[in-house]
Each structure stands twice: as C-alpha cells, then as structure tokens.
Design a binder for this molecule. Structure first.
Ligand code: NAI
Length: 332
C-alpha cells in the first residue's frame, strides 16, 4: 500500500517508517500540508495520512477522490479540519486516533499552569543571566484553589484528577456529565456560568465545533473571576483572541497559557525564527509576561507517538484486508 504522508515532521518519519512489520507499506513523506493546492502530491497513493492543520475541505476531498484515494487517515483525535460530509459523498473512509495518550495532554496542561503561576519561564531566563533576584516571581499555592474543567472527556478527566492530587477543588462543565467518575473523584458539576464565576483556573478540554467556537469570548471571559488563569490545550478557535488580549490588558485575566492558537495554521510546528512575525495578535501576546505559549506540543511524548503510529497503521491494515474499521476510529 502507498500512503502519501503530509505535514511530515522528523519524529513522524522516525516512528512511521521504522514501525516493525509494515515493510510492504510505501511512504511518500511530504513536509508541506495537504490542501486543494497540494493535493496532486497524493497521486499514486491509496491513502493519505494527515494531521491537525492539513486542510481537507470539500474541494480537496473531491480531488483526492479523483486521484483514487480511498482512505484519509488522521494521525490525531480532532477532525474539525476534515469535511466529513464531502468524504462520505465521495465514498472515502476517514479514520482517526481517538485517544493516544490523554496523559500527555493532561500533564502538559498542568505543566503550563505550574510554569505560568510559579513564573518558571521567567526564572529560567533570569538565572541564566546571573540575575538571582526574586522580584516579580510571586506565585500562588494551587492547593485549595478552584479549578474549572470544561469538557470531562478522556483528557479533561485526567487533568481533573491531577488537580485533585494538588488539593484543588475541581468543578466541571460538560453537557454529558460523567456522574460516577465525578463522585469517585470528588469533582462537582456546575453550569458553565457557575464554573466561570467560581474558578481560579479554567482549563478547556472540549472539541471545536460550530457551537463551541469562541466559547470563551468577551461576555464569558467577563464572567470569570478577576485575576483568574485560563489554559487552552484543546483548539485555538475555542477562544476569541481579541477578547483574551483585552482581558489581559485590563488585568481581568491573571494569566493565559495556550498550547493552541486561533490562527496557528501556518505558524505552529515550523521554525520562523529568522522571519518577521506577521501575526500582530500573536506578537502582542508574546510580549505579555503572564502569557505562556507552546506550539501545539501537548501530545508530544514517546508514548503518544508510538500509539498514534500503532493505531494508524492498524486502521490502514484493516482497510487493506477488507475488515471494518474499529468503531470509534471511524468518522463520522
Ligand atoms: P473527548 O471526546 O474524550 O472529550 C471531549 C468532551 O468534551 C466530552 O466529554 C464532550 O461531552 C465534551 N463537550 C462537548 N461539547 C462541550 C461543550 N460545549 N462544553 C463542555 N464540554 C463539551 O476528547 P479528549 O480526548 O478529551 O480531547 C479533548 C480535546 O483535546 C480534543 O477535542 C482536541 O481538540 C484536544 N487535543 C489537543 C491536543 C494537543 O496536542 N494540544 C492533543 C489531543 C487532543
């Protein structure tokens, strides 16, 4: 089987091309992303393998179908970048990796908050400059604080449990509450408004969809406690960047940690260090001392990459062998 692999990074190549037992797979690795303008690079393949920022819209899918592509394999959980209706219309199978390591994302979420709160990002640079002053590095104890988890799926639940381990009060909002889990971990469900008004830290763990876009906007951010921290490791468009900037400028938000950004496509995952940053809002956010940004790296652990590779390859083999895709991997 030939697979056209888009948005390839060195770690993808390492894990996929060295996976034992798949010698008959031919990989065409492309460093650029899949879109309707690059789709011809998939010619000759039966499957494409894509990530979070490949633009697999209706136009791209129509061209993939014309090229004879049968499978779109997402090597990620989120699928907001794929037009599923178009894939269905053209008879293309779409598979994903529903869960690779929820621990990787949950642990990164907590690392971001710990770094931001205890100002480790600033302390690290200071000490390297032999500046051993502590002025401006005061943080707060997490113990006893209220953490609001929006979305108690696989990642949200693990994040909540880690915060319980710190001695935090954990409250949650999810339209599909997990009552048994919540009771066993002393997590209490609230309405969204209650969560926003009661939390010292709000962490987002829900998917992006037309209904969740800009869930955190001027109005909902204004409901947050003055000085509260916001962490987003889910999807950039869940948060309205202009509203976050305004709330940081006014001091209403105490700190913001982002592993995802509204306009990350074309910026994140790449080295732009020799260029002028043309995204004014991102440039502004980077100047705030109480903002910490990582480049969509929450998933990036050895365990997660192994699991992504294993599940993706298994889904492709199942398709090749005429077997049904494992249910939760198949979209829609
Ligand atoms: P999941 O599907 O297990 O859980 C999502 C939860 O969100 C579900 O319980 C669902 O009921 C809830 N939800 C849906 N709409 C909601 C709303 N309007 N308000 C509150 N909750 C709502 O997903 P999982 O695995 O926990 O992943 C969560 C998100 O994390 C993904 O959608 C993805 O965007 C993001 N992610 C980020 C990664 C990174 O590297 N930064 C890596 C993997 C996932």
């Amino acid at each position: 089987m030939t697979i056209a692999f888009f948005d390839t990074k060195p770690y993808d190549r390492e894990f996929f091309s060295h996976a034992p037992g798949y010698a008959d797979f031919e990989w065409h690795f492309h460093e650029f992303r899949l879109s309707s303008t690059t789709v011809n690079a998939a010619a000759g393949a039966q499957a494409v393998c894509v990530f979070v920022n490949d633009r697999v819209d209706a136009a791209c899918i129509a061209q993939l179908a014309e090229l004879g592509i049968k499978v779109i394999a997402l090597r990620c959980a989120g699928f907001n970048n794929v037009d599923l209706a178009a894939a269905k219309q053209h008879g293309l199978l779409v598979v994903r990796v529903p869960a690779y390591s929820p621990h990787a994302v949950a642990e990164h979420t907590v690392a971001l908050l710990m770094t931001l709160n205890r100002k480790l990002h600033r302390a690290y640079n200071r000490v390297r400059e032999q500046n051993f002053s502590l002025a401006g590095l005061v943080g707060f104890d997490l113990h006893g604080k209220t953490v609001g988890i929006i979305g108690t799926g696989k990642i949200g639940r693990i994040t909540a449990q880690i915060f319980r381990g710190f001695g935090c009060e954990v409250i949650a909002y999810d339209p599909f509450p997990q009552a048994e889990w919540a009771a066993s971990h002393s997590v209490h469900y609230r309405t969204l408004e209650e969560l926003l008004t009661q939390s010292d830290v709000v962490s987002l763990h829900l998917p992006l969809s037309p209904t969740t876009k800009h869930l955190l906007n001027e109005q909902t951010i204004s409901q947050m406690k003055p000085g509260a921290y916001l962490i987003n490791t889910s999807r950039g468009k869940l948060v309205e960047t202009d509203a976050v900037i305004a709330a940081l400028k006014s001091g209403h938000l105490g700190g913001v940690a982002l592993d995802v950004y509204e306009e990350e496509e074309g910026i994140f995952f790449e080295d732009h260090s020799g260029e002028v940053l043309r995204d004014d809002r991102l440039a502004l956010l980077l100047t705030f001392p109480n903002v910490l940004i990582t480049s969509h790296q929450a998933f990036l652990t050895q365990e997660a990459l192994s699991e992504i590779t294993r599940v993706t390859l298994d889904s492709l083999v199942r398709w090749r062998d005429g077997l049904e895709a494992v249910d939760e991997r198949k979209l829609p």
